[in-house]
Every structure is written in C-alpha cells, then in structure tokens.
Write a protein that binds this ligand. Structure first.
Ligand SMILES: Nc1ncnc2c1ncn2[C@@H]1O[C@H](COP(=O)(O)OP(=O)(O)O)[C@@H](O)[C@H]1O
Ligand SMILES: [Mg+2]
Length: 351
C-alpha cells in the first residue's frame, strides 16, 4: 500500500516539466528521498543551480500534480542544488572549477568590471561557490571594487591563496604588483599570467562559477584566456545607445570565432540619460539571449569606488534586484547549456 502511494507520487512528479530543460524532473534525476507518510509527501528537489529562477514555478507545478494523488494532502519539499560541470574543465583540465564565464565588451568603460563584481557577489548570495578572476592584467580594477587594495595574497604549499571577500574568492594582478608601477606586458607574459591564475591559485573547493573580467576589446586577453581554458560561455556587456552596438558586435564575433557560446547580452547604464533598448535590439538581431538591463545608478559607481558592491550595500534596491535577476538568468542559461550539450545527465556525477 505504502509502495503504491510512493509510486503514484513519483508518477505524478514525472509529469512536472522543468521549464527550461524541457524534460520532466524525475527523468532529470532532480527528485530524491521521496517518502509518503500520513498523507504527507516529502522529497528533495535537486536544482541545477542554487540561483534558480524557476524554483517557485517548479514547486507550484509539483504541488498541483502530487495533490491530485488520492491519499496525499500535503507536500514538503527540501531544496538542494548541484551545478552541472563543464566536462572539458573538470575532466580534461582537472581544475576544481565547474564553469568558466567570461565577461567582455568591445570597448572600455561600459561596466564590465562593475557587472563582473556584482554578478559574482549576487551568485554567491544565492548560495553558489564563486570565483572572480581579474584578467585585466594591465589595469586591474577588481581590487578597488572589492576594497582589496592593501596586502598581498599568501602563498601556501606553493599555491597562491585567493582573497575571500563578500562570499567570493578573487584573484587579480592588482594583488601582486605595485599599482603605481606601469606594466609593460607582452602577449606571452599575458598568456602565462592567465594560466597561472588557473593553475597556481588555490581554488581549493569546487567553484560553481568562475567569472572572468576581461579587459576591453578583442585583443590578446580573450585569446589567451580561450587558449588557456575551455570557456563555458561569454557575457557581452553593451550600452543602450546604438553607437555602442558596433563594439558589441565585434565582441560577439570574436567569441564566435573562438567557439565560445554566447550566454547573452546585458545592457548596462540603461536609463534616461542614454535611453534603453539598444542591447535588446542587438540580441534579437544576432539571435542571442538578452540578459536584461542594469540601470544607470550612481550607487554602482559609489559602491565601486568604496569597495563595497551595491548588491551588498543596498541589497533591496532596484539595482540590486536587477543584478539578482541577471545573475539567476545567467545561472539558468549555464545549466541549460551544460545539460543540453550532452546526453548524459551530469547532476551529481561529481558532487
Ligand atoms: N550602471 C551603472 N551606473 C552608474 N555607473 C556605472 C554603471 N556601470 C558602471 N559604472 C561606472 O562606470 C565606470 C566604468 O565602469 P567599469 O565597470 O570600470 O567599466 P569597464 O570595466 O567596462 O571598463 C566606473 O566608474 C563605474 O563605477
Ligand atoms: Mg574593467
């Protein structure tokens, strides 16, 4: 009798479709530890990211389905998550990193570093394990925006320890060198610096998302990065004005040439001054996802200058909420990318 109820609930759950993966949650192996007692069905749902934008939808659909089973009057769901890993990174390179996401743009000053920092911190606030790598070797701005302008990273057992701040782990050339000394780096040095960031830094636990803040343009850095490690995807930062579109286009085609999937375009500094819509139009035109807009907000700049990201200093502001939506969208798209690029279901294979 109890077994029949168990099976009936499982059958009901197998009608619940994960809205983005387009398969049911039982086939996707997302349902765990199901038990039914005294009319209460208890189970765990393992999401593909702690930053899942679809949690509520999945809960409601599951509740509806299960309450249709005679004998069940209530569901109790526990949530867990296991971020699918890019097999090329985890397997072939054996780095403790599940996904590497590059943040790029055609030109400087569009807000790559601000977006990278607030994205990383937003993902960490959702419960993900996040690394932030400053690949802008010549003018590293990540340290300022994280308030880490003093001190050098420790070296332990021959490995460089990343800084831990606001729930993320970060590494930057700005931690290593005197910011007043102008740096003259040539291509090969850039290359080895980026490789060192992956291989010689102690990313001791499994990083779900490694966010890489790129310098502007389509020069050596993205190329070095793409040669050093497999990139799971790229985010293009654009501004609302149409004049910015040409730069974004160059950035998109560069990543396409490097065979890096475009996760989408985010429009930064949207608002009265610059208008809005350019990024979305471009996304439609290029048939890539639009990841939303981040408003023009002086608090972003203040937060950057003070080393306290706006998603920390003003977590309930409209701007922080825009970052949260953006971060969830990015996380969901990474999951879709990983789970649709392979027929095997990687949930928990390395967990
Ligand atoms: N949405 C925004 N609203 C207001 N100021 C912003 C916004 N995004 C970035 N900024 C500011 O614009 C400047 C350039 O941003 P930054 O993130 O350094 O750009 P990039 O890394 O692309 O060169 C910084 O002073 C930053 O604080
Ligand atoms: Mg920058």
């Amino acid at each position: 009798m109890a077994d029949q109820l168990h099976d009936a609930v499982m059958k009901a759950l197998s009608t619940v479709i994960e809205p983005e993966l387009h398969r049911d949650i039982v086939t996707l192996n997302m349902v765990r530890d199901l038990s039914v007692a005294d009319g209460v069905a208890r189970f765990t749902i393992v999401l593909t990211t702690p930053a899942c934008p679809l949690k509520d939808v999945i809960f409601k659909t599951a509740e509806q389905a299960v309450l249709n089973v005679p004998g069940v009057t209530k569901i109790e769901v526990k949530w867990d998550s296991s971020v699918p890993a890019d097999r090329r990174i985890h397997g072939r390179m054996s780095l403790p990193i599940r996904n590497i996401i590059a943040v790029g743009s055609g030109k400087g000053g569009v807000g790559k570093t601000s977006i990278s920092v607030n994205l990383a911190v937003s993902l960490a606030k959702e419960g993900a394990r996040v690394g932030l790598m400053d690949a802008d070797i010549l003018t590293p701005n990540v340290p300022i925006m994280l308030g880490l302008t003093h001190g050098r990273p420790m070296v332990k057992d021959g490995k460089i320890m990343p800084f831990e701040v606001y729930g993320i782990k970060a590494i930057s050339m700005g931690f290593m060198i005197d910011p007043d000394k102008a740096m003259v780096w040539r291509g090969p040095m850039l290359n080895s610096a980026i490789r060192q960031f992956f291989n010689d830094v102690d990313w001791d636990r499994d990083i779900d998302y490694m966010i890489v803040d790129l310098p502007p343009g389509t020069g050596d850095a993205p190329l070095s990065l793409a040669q050093a490690v497999p990139l799971s995807g790229a985010i293009i930062v654009s501004q609302p004005q149409d004049v910015a579109i040409g730069d974004a286009l160059r950035s998109i085609s560069m990543f396409e040439q490097l065979s890096v999937p475009i996760l989408g375009i985010v429009e930064n500094m949207a608002g009265d001054l610059f208008g809005s819509g350019g990024g979305e139009r471009l996304a439609n035109e290029k048939n890539v996802p639009f990841l939303g807009r981040i408003p023009l907000d002086v608090e972003i700049r203040k937060g950057g200058d003070m080393g306290r990201p706006v998603v920390i200093s003003q977590p309930e502001s409209a701007t922080a909420q825009a970052f949260r939506r953006f971060a969830r969208d990015v996380a969901a798209r990474v999951s879709v990318l990983q789970l649709t690029s392979s027929d095997v279901i990687p949930l928990n294979v390395i967990g």
